[in-house]
Design a protein around this ligand. Structure first.
Ligand code: SF4
Length: 211
């Protein structure tokens, strides 16, 4: 939960290393230990983490601990209690301060994919992310919009992506999240030419929009 909240703007490795740094600083990771962690400790861990939004995280991470205490009795796993649907869990994640739709969907997709948490339908959407958008576009899965009068083209593509993922993978749209993100981060670069020669998708990719 803490890493998901922190997974904004910094490199993902910084966000996902943060819980370990907090455990080291607090000498434990039990809920009561985190709840009692003084503000100065949060500040010190975050200041040395390299997180670009360290001061915002100083507020958001303790607020998440309080939300888990007040709403889930100090047991974060109750967010994804047995029998919950993916959509319901995403909605519960959204209730945390600092969590938007991207992080909420990403968090639930991670629970299912990496922690084997079984959730009922409806399942979570794809997380709208810059790598995922770029890969969908270049793979020809999301028609390119050259302009849009009512919203920015980027915003509109961000709205179209989850709809397209639902069309392609109706049982679990968010399943497309990780593979697309991985291709985008590994080979399908934004600021430099993509490495199509070594990309897993090279045999099927039309390379839409790639010069
Ligand atoms: S083949 Fe090239 S353009 Fe297509 S997804 Fe891979 S890196 Fe991107």
């Amino acid at each position: 939960m803490l890493a998901c909240i922190a997974d904004r703007q910094p490199k993902a490795d910084i966000a996902w290393g943060l819980p370990h740094a907090i455990r080291e600083a607090a000498s434990g990771f039990e809920f009561d230990t985190l709840r009692r962690l003084p503000r100065s400790e949060w500040a010190s861990v975050l200041a040395s983490s390299g997180h670009r939004l360290a001061s915002e995280m100083e507020r958001l991470l303790p607020a998440a601990i309080r939300h888990i205490r007040d709403t889930y009795g100090g047991d974060a796993s109750r967010i994804w209690a047995n029998g919950s649907s993916g959509a319901a869990v995403a909605r519960r994640f959204l209730a945390f301060d600092g969590v938007g739709p991207k992080i909420a969907n990403m968090a639930v997709n991670i629970l299912i994919r990496d922690f084997d948490i079984e959730l009922a339908a409806p399942m979570p959407d794809i997380a709208v992310d810059t790598h995922v958008l770029r890969v969908f576009e270049r793979l020809g899965l999301l028609d390119r919009l050259e302009h849009s009068q009512l919203r920015s083209t980027r915003d509109k593509q961000g709205l179209r992506l989850p709809l397209r993922a639902r069309e392609l993978s109706p049982e679990w749209p968010g399943e497309l999240d990780w593979p697309a993100w991985f291709v985008g981060r590994t080979w399908c670069h934004a600021g430099r030419p993509p490495e199509c020669d070594v990309c897993y998708m090279r045999s099927v990719c039309p390379r839409d929009g790639v010069l």
